[in-house]
Design a binder for this molecule. Structure first.
Ligand code: FES
Length: 252
């Protein structure tokens, strides 16, 4: 059965167990976030999605991406307290990633143009804000190669035991989700370098462009039980072939 509660004095409906940020967005109420993706488990790392929640006579700041909604609660997404702490959290993120253009642009949107905090003493992956989106994406894809290594100030993203892993297929999902573009990747015509490994590309049988890494190809063929030649053509050539077939059908 649906429950009802208020966000910024507006009554909203939700299903029990839903996360506050998702409910707010569904109702057109925008809350900034950096480490949230609907398809991945929320962990409340960036703390930009702060809101104030009043429940049982108590009003507290909390992250909305991993806060389960409850009937009768009241939420404020832009109170003075929220804005103050959200701006400070953004300053802390900027201190970790002072040269990340996307982060600087997002900070500017929130009215934050500088940070009072010094750079992180330890950040081997320059500009990494420890949001763990890459780790979560890697796990979601079933690869489980990336993990958080170290503790406290020495916490960082990496591969277990700091060793390149042949479980990494070079899919670059980690690169795609990174909000600060901090994961080094280099593609040439024939190979991809990522996480300290060089992975050869499988090339399209028609145009010679990379389709995916050979390790990705082997894993996909094995995992999905597809024929070996299933991934030997790039998307553009597949689409062109489909259009040609379509044109033939239209002409005849
Ligand atoms: S989006 Fe909620 S903590 Fe990052």
């Amino acid at each position: 059965m649906s429950i009802r509660f208020e966000i910024d004095n507006q009554e909203v409906k939700a299903e029990p167990g839903e996360m506050l940020l998702d409910v707010a967005r569904r109702n057109g109420i925008e809350i900034p976030s950096l480490c949230h993706k609907e398809s991945l488990p929320a962990i409340g790392a960036c703390r930009l999605c702060l809101v104030e929640v009043e429940q049982g006579g108590q009003r507290d700041l909390t992250t909305s991406c991993n806060y389960r909604v409850e009937a009768g609660m009241k939420v404020w997404t832009e109170s003075a307290e929220v804005q103050l702490h959200r701006a400070m959290n953004m300053e802390l993120l900027l201190a970790r990633a002072p040269r990340a253009p996307k982060l600087k642009a997002f900070a500017a949107e929130l009215g934050v143009s500088r940070t009072r905090f010094g750079p992180a003493a330890y950040n081997p992956l320059a500009n990494c804000i420890l949001c763990e989106l890459c780790v979560r994406a890697c796990a979601k894809l079933g690869n489980n190669v990336l993990t958080m290594v170290g503790r406290g100030e020495k916490k960082r993203v990496g591969m277990a035991f700091n060793e390149p892993s042949d479980k990494c297929k070079g899919c670059a999902a980690c690169v795609a989700v990174c909000p600060t573009d901090c994961i080094p990747i280099k593609d040439t015509a024939t190979e991809r370098t990522i996480w300290g490994q060089k992975l050869e590309f499988a090339l399209c049988k028609n145009c010679g462009q990379p389709v995916m890494t050979k390790r990705q190809q082997a894993s996909a063929i094995k995992g999905k039980g597809l024929p070996e030649d299933y991934y030997d053509t790039c998307e553009s050539c597949k689409q062109a072939a489909t259009s040609e077939r379509f044109a033939e059908v239209v002409i005849w």
